[in-house]
Design a protein around this ligand. Structure first.
Ligand SMILES: *[C@@H]1O[C@H](CO)[C@@H](O)[C@H](O)[C@H]1NC(C)=O
Ligand SMILES: *[C@@H]1O[C@H](CO)[C@@H](O)[C@H](O)[C@H]1NC(C)=O
Length: 418
């Protein structure tokens, strides 16, 4: 700002000097416009705002990025054929902030599996950074290169929902960190819980949609089983949760489906043999119950998805017994053997088979299998709490690679359809 040539010598002179007068008026007008725009949102008139909030996502599929030419692009199965190769990350300093910078994480808040923030817990920082020294390399194919800004802008118009247990929460958190630079807490109530006061939900909105009432770009709803275990009902917002096996939450989610263009579903690790499935508490009874329940989910999807919505059923990797013994990714998988302390992880592949059978049976392009198992199963070294939590993995970590695959899948899907 330039000062007047001869500074006014007294207050009245200053007040009436023409420059100051003009600056004051301009400032007043600008402030008035700014305040008005934030309160009433002239960018989106009220009637238009309502219709956007009910349509929730663009009615068509838009290109996410141009696909690379002359490359063999991965499917989720071909991506899983590969190995973890050592490629140490470079840190500017041995600090949590340097880790976030190196992996391009934008999520200042804490959550349970951020192992690199445990700087007061012995060697946890070193262990967490060492997990990042490996990158998944598929043998014969390539992903569409991950672009955080493109994806966050894309989900502003084509929102992405994760539904499932804490492993899907982990995938949501990874995605929230990778895209976090442009995502915010929604400024008002989005009604993502459908009015259920007892339910929590994780939700973020892209900066471009901050003024669209109710807009959500990325969300996670916790449902450990996807259905109510008593009657395999897909819960409505006010329904009772019913019986659950062990700790967790089984919240309703079907009410939110119509608000999202892309949906990632999973359930598995919370399913255990139980009297509920039959008198023998056998594996067979449990898998039969799982199949029956997932058919309910599948039927609902097939009947209710619009032509542009896409659902990915994520595969269920297993944990690693006494995982502190692993200090680097394995070359061959260490398959669970139904030992004590393994929480029936050997059943996870059976759950995958149920989904793959259903996907094959229905042959509906809107529902796809999302395989991350082979790459995840080799990471006995990446678990969250050796040896007390040998199922979840640290973030950042291998789950970021799941999301890089998801990016590629969404990009391929968006380019396939005109
Ligand atoms: C995942 O992909 C790998 C490699 O193609 C394959 O061997 C494996 O059977 C797949 N897993 C599932 C659960 O489909
Ligand atoms: C909130 O969502 C529920 C379930 O989708 C719906 O029935 C209810 O009308 C919504 N409430 C408001 C205020 O939009």
């Amino acid at each position: 700002m330039s000062l007047p040539d001869s500074p006014p010598s007294s207050l009245p002179q200053l007040f009436w000097s023409r420059t100051v007068y003009i600056v004051a008026i301009v400032t007043f007008v600008l402030l008035w416009m700014f305040t008005w725009s934030w309160q009433d949102g002239p960018i989106v008139p009220t009637d238009q705002r309502d219709s956007e909030a009910t349509n929730h996502y663009a009615a068509k599929i838009d290109l996410l990025v141009d696909l690379p030419k002359n490359k063999q692009l991965c499917t989720s199965d071909t991506y899983n054929n590969g190995q973890w190769v050592k490629k140490p990350i470079q840190l500017e300093a041995e600090t949590a902030a340097a880790v976030e910078k190196a992996v391009k994480y934008h999520c200042a808040w804490n959550f349970p599996h951020k192992c690199y923030r445990r700087n007061n817990e012995g060697g946890e920082f070193d262990r967490a950074r060492h997990i990042l020294d490996y990158q998944w390399k598929p043998k014969k194919c390539e992903l569409v290169p991950f672009d955080a800004n493109k994806l966050s802008a894309y989900i502003a118009d084509h929102p992405l929902l994760f539904v499932g247990d804490s492993i899907n929460q982990l995938e949501f958190e990874s995605m929230a960190c990778l895209l976090g630079e442009k995502l915010y807490n929604p400024p008002g109530d989005t009604n993502i819980t459908g009015g259920n006061q007892n339910m929590w939900a994780s939700q973020l909105v892209h900066e471009n949609k901050l003024q669209v009432q109710g807009a959500v770009s990325l969300a996670y709803l916790r449902s450990d089983y996807l259905v109510r275990l008593d009657d395999f009902k897909l819960l409505d917002p006010m329904d009772e949760e019913g019986y659950v096996i062990g700790k967790g939450s089984n919240y309703p989610w079907k009410h939110a489906l119509s608000r999202f263009h892309h949906i990632v579903l999973n359930t598995g690790p919370h399913w255990h043999t139980d009297k509920k499935w039959g008198p023998h508490e056998s594996d067979e009874e449990m898998v039969a119950a799982y199949r029956k329940a997932m058919k309910v989910v599948f039927d609902h999807l097939i009947e209710n998805l619009t032509p542009v919505q896409r659902v990915w059923i994520r595969s269920t990797p297993y944990g690693h017994l006494k995982c502190s013994q692993y200090t680097e990714p394995s070359k061959v998988p260490h398959v669970p053997q139904r030992k004590p302390g393994e929480y029936q992880w050997d059943m996870h592949v059976k759950f995958d088979e149920v989904w793959k059978d259903l996907i094959e049976e229905y042959a509906d392009d809107r529902v796809k299998f999302f395989n991350i198992s082979s790459m995840a199963n080799l990471r006995g070294d990446a678990h969250s709490r050796p040896d007390s939590d040998c199922l979840h993995t640290c973030l950042p970590g291998p789950v970021d690679d799941w999301n890089k695959l998801l990016f590629s899948e969404i990009a391929r899907e968006a380019a396939r359809i005109p």
